[in-house]
Ligand binder design. Structure first.
Ligand SMILES: Nc1nc2c(ncn2[C@@H]2O[C@H](COP(=O)(O)OP(=O)(O)OP(=O)(O)O)[C@@H](O)[C@H]2O)c(=O)[nH]1
Ligand SMILES: [Mg+2]
Length: 322
């Protein structure tokens, strides 16, 4: 077998909401392919980022990172939530390796009896992931303790201790997806876990997400950052039109769907201020991403049942009937 033979495969990134999965995917890819916010349930469907890594013999390795929505207990009447969790687990089924990302500081606060409400939820969801991996008899699972920049290193041992004896994880990594601490070691282990294979995508491609969907995600990120309470969860964004103008500029028309009439004025804001801010922030990211001038037009529409509307799921590859 040639020493230059390449490796390629899939790595699913799973974990409780807000563990830092998307941040880690972006860190591994080296550019932003998946949106990140401080709020739970930011990622709604599988987003594939592509990282070019090297195994320990320096063989070129292409890892297709499958970012997934956080795993949580979705209630019976929460169709979107059930679809999201389904998408997350199907990422695991199709992958060569699964990275279970855990918010280590939050987990430690639970162990120490001083958790926030969000820590408690994340702890339960982390248990759900561990149980799910066990049930699926997942052989190639890595435990990734994230956010170590926020924790004293000796305290990490307590977190690790509570995961050992479970005989689920092949290896444990301690990383900060934010400052890249520990990420290099993880890259080598991931590369080693990939089968010998030709590349699955062109080596210079960073993401496998249609441009119209990526543009919608950028706007949804700004919406999550700017709006509060239930509003981010009551809304979705779709790219309606994408036009390349004669002078090379791009015009993008998008619709923000909300569930109720009363939510529309909140998204618009006083004198249209909120939507202007969202649009300005989104446009700036789109310009950086596309490397050209972008004219972004946002419209807000009320569509009461968008969460139960089959058409709203098709673009993002989410399954409706789960
Ligand atoms: N301090 C610190 N914060 C981090 C780190 N990684 C992620 N975060 C923060 O954690 C929050 C959640 O990050 P995301 O990457 O959106 O988390 P996620 O797991 O993809 O969340 P969902 O998509 O909602 O499931 C953001 O505010 C990130 O900036 C880290 O290594 N250290
Ligand atoms: Mg995410």
């Amino acid at each position: 077998m040639s020493a230059h033979q390449t490796r390629a495969g899939f790595a699913a990134i799973i974990g409780a909401p807000n563990a830092g999965k998307s941040t880690l995917v972006n860190a591994l890819v080296g550019e932003k392919v998946s949106i990140v916010t401080h709020k739970v349930q930011t990622t709604r469907f599988q987003v594939r980022g592509i990282a070019m890594l090297r195994d320990k013999d320096e063989a070129e390795t292409q890892v297709v990172l499958v970012d997934t929505p956080g795993i949580f207990k979705a209630s019976e009447d929460d169709r979107l939530g059930r679809s999201m969790v389904h998408a997350a687990w199907s990422g695991v089924t199709d992958s060569d390796v699964s990275l279970h990302v855990v918010d280590a500081p939050g987990y430690l606060r639970v162990l120490n009896g001083e958790p926030t409400a969000q820590d408690k939820r994340a702890f339960k969801d982390t248990e759900r992931v561990t149980a799910g991996l066990k049930k699926r008899e997942e052989k190639n699972a890595f435990l990734v303790l994230n956010k170590i920049d926020e924790i004293a290193h000796d305290r990490l041992l307590e977190v690790i201790a509570s995961f050992t004896d479970r005989e689920i994880y092949r290896e444990v990594f301690m990383v900060s997806a934010l400052n890249l601490d520990g990420v290099a070691a993880m890259k080598i282990a991931m590369a080693e876990a990939m089968p010998k294979s030709p590349f699955l995508f062109p080596p210079d491609q960073a993401a496998d997400i249609p441009s119209r969907l990526m543009a919608a995600e950028i706007t949804r990120e700004k919406l999550f950052l700017r709006l509060h309470d239930e509003l981010p969860y009551a809304s979705t964004v779709e790219t309606e039109k994408w036009t390349r103008q004669k002078n090379g500029d791009v015009r993008i028309d998008q619709i923000i769907y909300v569930k109720r009439e009363s939510q529309k004025p909140i998204v618009l804001g006083k004198g249209g201020r909120t939507i202007r801010d969202i649009g300005a922030a989104a446009r700036q990211d789109m310009q950086e991403w596309l490397g050209c001038k972008v004219h972004l037009f946002l419209f807000v529409k009320v569509r009461e049942g968008w969460v139960d509307d089959r058409a709203r799921y098709a673009d993002s590859g989410l399954e409706f009937d789960v």
